[in-house]
Design a protein around this ligand. Structure first.
Ligand code: PEP
Length: 255
């Protein structure tokens, strides 16, 4: 059974004080064991957020990490540094990392291997630009990203990952993919994973949708057979919206 995951990507938002305030609001929400919830604050707020979470079931994620443990890599943060703070999940290959900071599939691949070896869970983001979508290249793009980003990883390692399909044209634009569109691409991704693993694994790997998810479209998205939750940007910064999305994922076990 695949347990839905709702992960909030706070991006470069929230000072430590604001982050703790948001966690206090989220802790007022109630949901059962049927859904897993994570927040990914900026690096600077990780320690305070961990402390504010206390014994809350909300898991702590990071938005990025570097592929070396230590050394002359100015501005970067390593896997041991995140582990020390209690981080359990790490977003990798977000389109903003790829497009604003020039991250390549090769680098994302190295990061994925490193994160997996540490026992943390990578949330690997893939997705096409508007131009690629209009040229009918969505499948080619996500296949290339998945194949290159997972290169050299074993089936057992891939099984521990979470994939997030995030069409770039839907991120922060208010223009979500329809539930049917998202489900079709995510089903296609499941097929790629089936080719890369032994087939059985493709049914156990969680694949999220990300791109302007709000309480208003979450229900339709989570009703789809291949969509195992969401990576949420803007709406994860408002407790009532994030809790509204979690509510629709609770109660959905897929498999
Ligand atoms: C994201 O940044 O991963 C994202 C999906 O953003 P938004 O929900 O704001 O579109």
């Amino acid at each position: 059974m695949r347990k839905p995951l709702i992960a909030g990507n706070w991006k470069m938002n929230n000072t430590c004080a604001q982050a703790v305030g948001l966690i206090e609001e989220l802790k007022k929400g109630h949901w059962g064991d049927e859904v897993e919830v994570a927040v990914c604050p900026p690096f600077t707020a990780l320690r305070d957020v961990k402390q504010a979470l206390g014994n809350s079931p909300i898991r702590l994620g990071a938005q990025n990490v570097y592929c070396e443990d230590a050394g002359a890599f100015t501005g970067e943060v390593s896997v041991p540094m995140l582990k020390e703070l209690g981080v359990e999940l790490v977003i990798l290959g977000h389109s903003e990392r790829r497009n604003v900071f020039g991250e390549t599939d090769g680098l994302v691949n190295k990061k994925a291997a490193k994160v997996l070896k540490s026992g943390m869970v990578p949330i690997l983001c893939v997705g096409e630009t508007l131009e690629e979508r209009e040229q009918d290249k969505t499948q080619d793009v996500v296949r290339r990203q998945i194949v290159q980003d997972l290169n050299g990883l074993t089936g057992e390692e891939i099984e521990k990952m979470v994939i997030a399909y995030e069409p770039i044209w839907a991120i922060g634009t208010g223009r979500s993919a329809t539930a049917a569109e998202a489900d079709r691409v995510i089903g296609y991704i499941r097929g790629i994973l089936e080719d890369l693993t032994d087939g059985r694994l493709a049914q156990t790997i969680r694949i999220l949708y990300g791109g302007s998810v709000k309480p208003g479209n979450a229900e339709a998205l989570f009703e789809m057979p291949h969509i195992d939750g969401a990576l949420v940007g803007g709406a994860s910064l408002k407790a009532n919206e994030f809790l509204g999305i979690i509510k629709y994922a609770a109660g959905k076990e897929i498999g």
